[in-house]
Design a protein around this ligand. Structure first.
Ligand SMILES: [Zn+2]
Ligand SMILES: [Zn+2]
Length: 226
C-alpha cells in the first residue's frame, strides 16, 4: 500500500512524521519564523536604522538575517515584491532540508517604515559641530581652500559621515566651515598648510561628553590663506 497523508489524502508525496510534507509545513508555522517589522528611515538621507547602525545598505540581506528556521542547511532570500502606503512588502523564501526531504517555504511580510531623523542628520540640523575652520584671505584663495576642505572630506565621509561638512557660513572676510569630526578638520588643516596657509589652533571647552564623561572640546582652526 502506498503511503497516504491522513490529513489531505495525497498519495505518493514525500512524508514527514506521518504527514505529507505540505501538510506538515502548513501545520508547523514555526519552521520559518519572521514577522512584520518596523524599520526606521531617516527622511533626510534615506538611511535605514538596521540593527545598531544607520546605513544605506540594502534591506534584503538584513531581513534575511532576521529569519529563524528549523530547516537544516537553509538558504534564505528576501526580496521586495510590492509596496503599500506603510512600506515595502517582502517575500521571504527559505529552502532547506526537513528530515529526509527537501522543503521550501515562503512568507510575505509587511515592512512599516517609520520616519526618524538619524543621529548625523539631526546633528547637522542643530548647531552641533566638533571643529570649526575659519578660512580667511584673498577671495580666490578662500574659495580654493573651501573646495580643498570639501574634497578632503568627501573621501573620508564615505566611511565616516561625521567627517562631512555640517554647515558653512559666509562671513565678511571669508567662510566659516563647521565639521562633525575633529580628525577630519585636522586632516584638512594639514592639507592647507601644505598649500602655504598659516594655521592657528584653539581649543574651547564646551562641556562633558554624556557618553564617555570626558571633556569635550571644540577645536577652531584659524586658517590664513596667502
Ligand atoms: Zn497532506
Ligand atoms: Zn539621515
Amino acid at each position: 500500500m502506498k503511503k497516504f497523508c491522513p490529513k489531505c489524502g495525497a498519495e505518493g508525496k514525500p512524508m514527514h512524521k506521518g504527514f505529507c510534507i505540505d501538510c506538515y509545513l502548513a501545520d508547523h508555522p514555526d519552521i520559518v519564523e519572521i514577522q512584520d517589522m518596523e524599520i526606521e528611515e531617516c527622511p533626510n538621507c534615506l538611511r535605514a536604522h538596521l540593527g545598531k547602525n544607520w546605513t544605506s545598505s540594502e534591506l534584503e540581506p538584513f531581513i534575511a538575517s532576521k529569519v529563524k528556521t528549523k530547516l537544516s542547511e537553509p538558504t534564505i532570500t528576501a526580496s521586495i515584491v510590492g509596496e503599500t502606503e506603510k512600506g515595502p512588502v517582502m517575500l521571504i523564501k527559505v529552502a532547506g532540508r526537513l528530515g529526509e526531504n527537501e522543503a521550501e517555504l515562503s512568507k510575505e511580510i509587511q515592512i512599516t517604515l517609520r520616519k526618524r531623523q538619524c543621529d548625523v542628520c539631526s546633528k547637522k540640523q542643530s548647531t552641533y559641530h566638533n571643529a570649526k575652520m575659519q578660512l580667511r584671505g584673498p577671495e580666490e584663495a578662500v574659495t580654493d581652500a573651501f573646495r580643498a576642505v570639501r574634497n578632503e572630506n568627501r573621501s573620508t565621509s564615505r566611511k565616516e559621515r561625521m567627517a562631512e561638512v555640517f554647515r558653512f557660513e559666509e562671513v565678511k572676510d571669508g567662510v566659516d566651515v563647521y565639521l562633525g569630526s575633529a580628525q577630519a578638520a585636522k586632516n584638512a588643516a594639514a592639507k592647507l598648510v601644505n598649500k602655504g596657509a598659516k594655521v592657528k589652533t584653539t581649543y574651547k571647552l564646551v562641556g562633558l561628553d554624556r557618553k564617555t564623561g570626558k571633556r569635550r572640546y571644540e577645536i577652531t582652526y584659524s586658517v590664513r590663506m596667502q
